[in-house]
Write a protein that binds this ligand. Structure first.
Ligand code: AMP
Length: 325
């Protein structure tokens, strides 16, 4: 069983949606399956980041976040997507068997259109590059948040079309791995947490900034003494840091009245700092050793390429490309 996933380097650091929706599962799955690949999706960042130095810095930051969260480079293969250019060639092979209609239904593309953004070809074909990311390494299981489920289904569809078209068995159909309780983490405004909505809580922001984000979580204006519905962004975020027993108690207190949103926010902040404290220290120690981080990525790329290159070669041969062997 091979596990694979990636994260787009589009900011200074990952947020709670990335962590609870994906990264935490990466770490748990590396214990369960020996064969795991996690990459930094810097090709994908090209549709939104247009500055080379920023992309490099963001990619380095994702590497730090991966290592800080507990990914172990001796177990899992950590690498930068763009160190394996074979993925671009596989993208082309898949592009030519992918119907336009499928891509027109992709959520990320539709959401950008709805926001009235000018959409470039890269964003439109992003599900094909994502399919190539997965299929190049014959991954079986892809841990992701709910927002990526549709793209995994498209990757399955493309794999099947390619195999059927060329009578090949080169590509493996992947399965998504989505935790029900962390499928969609809400942001401070109650929508899905996302950098596009400017509603994120960063994993390793300075304490002052974290406090500002947490205190800014939108709540209604129910007075302290009134009963409250223990739902909504604040309770959902708090729950991520609590045991089921603690959550039951908190829900009872909310329904009984007398619990203020401010108290829940303060407790959430304390739990957040506590939870990410040891990771913050690990991150700082890697940050001081950028050459070691680069070595890890270089080694990871060699291992990833050793898996991916023969798969691309099998696809090329099946499709009648290159000199006959
Ligand atoms: P991205 O930043 O789009 O590369 O996302 C990296 C991973 O984080 C993907 O598996 C996403 O599904 C996951 N993710 C991002 N935002 C959220 C969210 N608000 N809730 C759950 N998962 C998320």
């Amino acid at each position: 069983m091979r596990v694979l996933s990636g994260t787009k380097p589009t900011g200074d650091q990952l947020h709670l949606g990335n962590y609870f929706g994906a990264l935490r599962q990466f770490v748990a799955l590396q214990e369960k399956y020996e064969d795991a690949l996690y990459f930094i999706a810097d090709y994908h960042s090209m549709t939104s980041v247009r500055d080379a130095a920023t992309r490099r810095r963001n990619a380095f930051n994702v590497a730090l976040d991966y290592l800080a969260a507990g990914l172990d480079p001796d177990r899992a293969i950590l690498f930068r997507q763009s160190d394996i250019p074979e993925v671009c060639e596989l993208t082309w092979l898949l592009t030519s068997i992918t119907p336009m209609g499928m891509l027109e239904r992709a959520h990320a593309y539709k959401a950008a259109m709805d926001r009235g953004e000018s959409v470039d070809h890269g964003l439109f074909t992003y599900p094909v590059l994502m399919a190539a990311d997965i299929l190049l390494y014959r991954a079986d299981l892809v841990p992701v948040g709910q927002d990526q489920k549709q793209h995994i289904e498209m990757a399955r569809d493309m794999a099947q079309r390619f195999n059927n078209t060329y009578g090949s068995e080169a590509l493996v159909l992947p399965e998504p791995y989505i935790l029900r309780d962390a499928a969609t983490i809400p942001g401070t405004d109650g929508q899905k947490m996302s950098k596009s909505y400017d509603n994120t809580i960063a994993m390793f922001a300075p304490k002052k900034q974290l406090k500002k984000s947490v205190m800014g979580i939108v709540t209604d204006s129910t007075p302290v003494e009134e009963p409250k519905d223990p739902a909504g962004a604040l309770f959902e975020l708090w729950r991520l840091f609590a045991t089921p027993e603690e959550h039951r108690e908190m829900a009872e207190r909310a329904r009984a009245g007398g619990l203020g949103y401010g108290e829940v926010k303060k407790d959430l902040l304390a739990r957040l700092l506590d939870h990410f404290g040891p990771m913050r220290e690990r991150r700082a120690s890697f940050e001081e050793r950028p050459d070691d981080v680069e070595d890890i990525l270089r080694r990871g790329a060699q291992r990833a390429r050793a898996i991916g290159a023969p798969v691309l070669e099998a696809c090329r041969a099946a499709a009648g490309l290159g000199a006959p062997t």
